[in-house]
Structure formats: structure tokens, C-alpha cells
Design a protein around this ligand. Structure first.
Ligand code: HEM
Length: 325
């Protein structure tokens, strides 16, 4: 890996990043976000809930290893639009699912399977929004990452609107300033954005997510070998090829950052994390230190899971995750 970490120029930036990380370890995200949620939320009301959800995930992974990246992304797209309220799961002619940024979401059948079993075991107790949060955690563990004690107690929302998904989901063509702004609107910092982008250590992208790097003008920062690879699967008229987001797409490791450092970020929004001087030091740091990044990833997933959580009359426990009661 050519990262020249020992050059004098890099050292101060890395120390700054380390200091930031230590500060973040001390100030746990929940101290900043209030904390209506808690671990073990279903211990009395549905003690087997987490086992049921894990079994559904295991079943899903047996059908398709894309289940893990699929549900991790589902939780992110849920939380960024109207908060973590399961609104991404609702069906309807103008629901979030119909929005272009959500066109390739996958893993819905695992949520349905978990919900069906939970309704049979403890009806009306476990929300779809919480199922998503547990599945995202299990997805990380099942691909070799570090888990976290999921905080639960979210209610499900009653509305879902494609226009809000279009407005809130960050686009892969975004530059760093736009990415930071998109995350800031959800109470997440630049550092949180860099850490969560590491989710692209698993899964894939479709042609539409890389096309703007190729046509009409090729991104000058795209290396020729990578450009040729992307173009071969994605001709200008469009194609159905998919590209692994990372060189180890089934392993939850920090190779994503190493790839980005080496100019192998698949989407523009990945590569800019190294290309932009404001995010380069932390991206480089994550490429080197797997354990600190993995730990922070679990912390920031907890923080993301608290975005605009619904309580009381704002929500319900859906009987079917695809429709309101
Ligand atoms: C930083 C801003 C982000 C942007 C611009 C972005 C954009 C995208 C895009 C365009 C894809 C490929 C979709 C396709 O072509 O089918 C993708 C895939 C994915 N994203 Fe992100 N994403 C971001 C952050 C996140 C976060 C925060 C998470 C989770 C915590 C996440 C998890 C994933 C996963 C796991 C995949 C692979 C999905 C699959 O294989 O089905 N992303 N993302």
C-alpha cells in the first residue's frame, strides 16, 4: 500500500485525527443526542426478538450474500428521510421506495420474514424501524465487523414521500462540501460522514452510480485502468453491470479506505474523501487502522440510529412493514 505515512508532512494531520478520535470516544454520541432509545428494549415484551431477527438474517444470507449490504443501506436510507421510522419500507405509488436514489435497495424480504415471525410470537410489539436497526447491526457482524448493542424503541412512521427521499439521500456525484452538508442536516459531523462511508466496504454499485464519472466527460481524476473497467460494463447508453464497492466486497474490513487512498474509489463520493484535503487525513488514518475505525463505525451507527426517532402519537407499531395499520 503506497501511503507514505511516515513523511513529515502527514504527521501533524494524523495526530490531529487521533486527538479528535480520543475526544469522540470520551464524548459518546448518546450524550449529545438525548437517548429515548435503549438497549434491551424488548427484554420483557419480546425476549426472543433479537434471535428471531438474526435467524431471518441468516436465512437471507443463505439466499443471497447481498442481503448484508442491502439491509445496512436500508437502515441508512430510512434514517436520512423523516428519521429512522421504517418509512423506506412502505409501499405506494409515491412512497420513498419509488424515488430514484432508492431504486436499487434490496433486502426487503428479510425484513418481511423477521416481521412475520415477530408478529406470530409477540404481536404488535416490535417496530419495523427497530427491525431495520437490528438487521443493520447483524449485517456488520455477519460480514466480519464489530457489533454494537442496538438501542431500540423506535415507532414506525405513517407516511412516506419520494420527494423527501430525493431531497435527503446524498448523491454519488456529490463533492465533499455537499456530503458534509447532507450529513450535517442530520446532526452528523464531517468525521461521522467519513466513518460511515466505510459501509461501502461491502456491496456493489450499479452503472447509474458511476455513469457521471464517465460521461459526457471522463472524470480527470479517474485512473485509466479503472475508467476502462467501468466503461466496459457501462457503455454510454447504460448497462446492467455492477461493480464491487471494495476489493473485498463480502468482508467488513477497512480495505475500502485503502482502495480510496490508492485511487480505486468506485463512486465519485468515495474517491473525493481522499482527493479533498479536508477529508484526506482521516481517510488515510482509517486505511491504516482497522480497529479504531471499526469501533467508531459502531458508535456512529448508534448515533445515526437516533435521527428523528418517533415517539407517542407520532407513530405506531406496524403489523406489516409494507403498509400502515
Ligand atoms: C456518504 C454518502 C453516501 C453516498 C453518496 C452513498 C451512495 C451510494 C450509492 C450510489 C450506492 C450504490 C447504489 C447502486 O448503484 O445500486 C451505495 C451503496 C451502498 N451504500 Fe452508500 N452512500 C453513502 C453513505 C452510506 C452510508 C452512511 C451507508 C451505511 C451506513 C451506506 C451503505 C451502503 C451499502 C452497504 C451499499 C451497497 C448496497 C448493496 O450492495 O446493495 N452508504 N451507496
Amino acid at each position: 500500500m503506497e501511503m507514505r505515512l511516515h513523511s513529515k508532512k502527514r504527521k501533524p494531520a494524523l495526530w490531529t485525527v487521533m486527538a479528535m478520535m480520543i475526544a469522540q470516544l470520551i464524548f459518546h454520541p448518546r450524550m449529545c443526542t438525548g437517548g429515548a432509545l435503549r438497549p434491551g428494549y424488548y427484554a420483557q415484551t419480546c425476549p426472543n426478538a433479537e434471535n428471531i431477527i438474526r435467524a431471518a438474517m441468516e436465512w437471507g444470507m443463505q439466499q443471497d450474500s447481498g442481503t448484508a449490504p442491502g439491509v445496512l443501506r436500508l437502515h441508512f436510507h430510512d434514517c436520512f428521510v423523516d428519521g429512522c421510522d421504517g418509512s423506506v419500507l412502505l409501499e405506494g405509488p409515491t412512497s420513498e421506495k419509488t424515488a430514484p436514489p432508492n431504486s436499487s435497495l434490496r433486502g426487503f424480504e428479510v425484513i418481511d420474514a423477521a416481521k412475520a415471525e415477530l408478529e406470530a410470537t409477540c404481536p404488535g410489539v416490535v417496530s419495523c424501524a427497530d427491525i431495520l436497526a437490528y438487521c443493520a447491526r447483524d449485517a456488520v457482524i455477519m460480514t466480519g465487523g464489530l457489533g454494537w448493542p442496538v438501542e431500540a424503541g423506535r415507532l414506525d412512521g405513517r407516511s412516506s414521500d419520494a420527494s423527501r427521499a430525493n431531497a435527503e439521500i446524498p448523491d454519488p456525484s456529490f463533492n465533499v462540501a455537499q456530503l458534509i452538508d447532507s450529513f450535517a442536516r442530520k446532526g452528523l459531523t464531517r468525521s461521522d460522514m467519513i466513518v460511515l462511508s466505510g459501509a461501502h466496504t461491502i456491496g456493489r454499485a450499479n452503472c447509474k452510480s458511476v455513469a457521471t464519472r464517465l460521461y459526457p466527460v471522463q472524470d480527470p481524476r479517474l485512473s485509466e485502468p479503472l475508467a476502462a473497467e467501468l466503461k466496459s460494463g457501462c457503455p454510454q447508453q447504460g448497462g446492467s453491470a455492477t461493480f464491487n464497492l471494495d476489493s473485498t466486497p463480502d468482508r467488513f474490513d477497512n480495505n475500502y479506505y485503502a482502495n480510496v487512498v490508492n485511487g480505486r474509489g468506485i463512486m465519485n463520493s468515495d474517491q473525493v474523501l481522499f482527493d479533498d484535503p479536508s477529508t484526506r487525513p482521516e481517510t488515510t488514518f482509517n486505511a491504516v487502522g482497522s480497529a479504531p475505525w471499526a469501533f467508531r463505525f459502531s458508535q456512529i451507527m448508534l448515533k445515526m440510529g437516533t435521527i428523528d426517532v418517533k415517539t407517542g402519537p407520532q407513530g405506531e407499531i406496524r403489523r406489516n412493514c409494507r403498509s400502515v395499520n
